[in-house]
Design a binder for this molecule. Structure first.
Ligand SMILES: O=P(O)(O)OC[C@H]1O[C@H](O)[C@H](O)[C@@H](O)[C@@H]1O
Length: 332
């Protein structure tokens, strides 16, 4: 297999000033939409990923053929304080309305910085394209959430095109106080047609229904399909979830570590129309499946660190007499 092409040559053309030094030769910093800075990771063949410093947010992940795998709204606003609509916003220190902060917390609309000297992480030596970002609270942040923290995010592109995000959150309070937070990788997948999509791995799970005042229910029946608005927090969800796109014959496998829950969201037509930064018909081509810690907040004492990981892969769907064999995807 051919290795990724170093990004050095492309960088001179893409930006006028010399590229900022990044530890991986397969990562470069360039200007993105509205002049906001983004990092481009280049993997083998045409695989690549883009991460904005604004929000520490992945906005693009492309496979070998250069096809986009994440949804990014055509109406996304790349201007603070609005979070970018699509990709993988990071919800921290609060998911949704589970607390007194703004919806989904503030990490998604802060500027992160490149962390050139992160504490070591166990790494797969085959991973060449990666970047480390860091978010620390500003004086203003401390007024709304009075806790000192270091949030380190590593985004990497594996040799087979897998995208992984590893979050490390450390309590750096010096006043002896613990803190608690909820969290989600608010992943927007690009799908061909939401009516042709199934999610496997969540059947029979308990969930909180955000459309019914967070009341608890148990999922019935088979795989999850979509014919109206869905906004559910599946509790104690398995570590692998599959999103099967029949039309594209593609299956996304979502692998999560340290994140017990999984949120599934599609706004459907009415809510789509009500969102300023989302096209009226775009609900048909997206689905959010969001590894999360919602029901039980995570608590860290000073000096303690939490790690939560998300790995995404996209594989061709396997059919067997017209039926998908989910066991191949989820256990294979
Ligand atoms: O519009 P946003 O603040 O980005 O939130 C978008 C959606 O995120 C999550 O999936 C929540 O469960 C939904 O209730 C919310 O509508």
């Amino acid at each position: 297999m051919a290795g990724p092409a170093p990004a050095v040559a492309a960088s001179a053309a893409a930006s006028q000033s010399p590229p900022m030094q990044l530890p991986s030769p397969f990562a470069e910093l360039v200007k993105g939409s509205s002049g906001l800075e983004k990092i481009v990771l280049r993997g083998a063949r045409n695989c690549c990923a883009e991460i904005y410093l604004y929000g520490g947010q992945v906005t693009s992940w492309k496979n070998d053929n250069g096809e986009e795998l994440l949804f990014l709204s055509s109406k996304a606003i790349f201007k603070p304080p609005k979070a970018i609509r699509g990709g993988i916003p990071i919800c921290f220190p609060q998911f949704g309305t589970h607390g007194n902060l703004e919806q989904h917390g503030f990490a998604r609309n802060r500027f992160w910085t490149i962390d050139n000297n992160p504490p070591p992480l166990p790494v797969n030596p085959a991973i060449k394209a990666y970047v480390d970002l860091i978010l620390k609270p500003s004086e203003e942040d401390l007024k709304i959430w009075p806790h000192s923290f270091e949030f380190r995010l590593r985004v990497s592109l594996g040799p087979s095109g897998d995208l992984s995000l590893t979050s490390r959150i450390r309590n750096t309070n010096t006043d002896g106080r613990p803190f608690s937070y909820t969290f989600a990788y608010h992943t927007y997948f690009s799908v061909s047609d939401i009516s042709e999509v199934r999610v496997e791995g969540l059947e029979t799970m308990d969930y909180l229904d955000n459309l019914k005042a967070k009341e608890r229910f148990t999922e019935q029946g088979d795989a999850i399909v979509f014919e109206s608005e869905v906004d559910k927090v599946y509790l104690a969800a398995p570590s692998k979830i599959a999103i099967i796109d029949h039309e594209k014959k593609r299956t996304f496998v979502v692998t999560k570590e340290g994140l017990p829950d999984a949120v599934v969201w599609n706004p459907w037509d009415k809510k789509a129309k009500a969102m300023q930064d989302f096209g009226d018909a775009e609900y048909k081509s997206m689905l959010c499946v969001e590894p999360a810690a919602v029901e039980r907040p995570i608590t860290l004492k000073p000096g303690e660190e939490w790690k939560g990981r998300l790995v995404l892969s996209a594989v061709p769907s396997s059919y067997c007499s017209g039926q998908l064999d989910p066991s191949k995807v989820l256990q294979g």
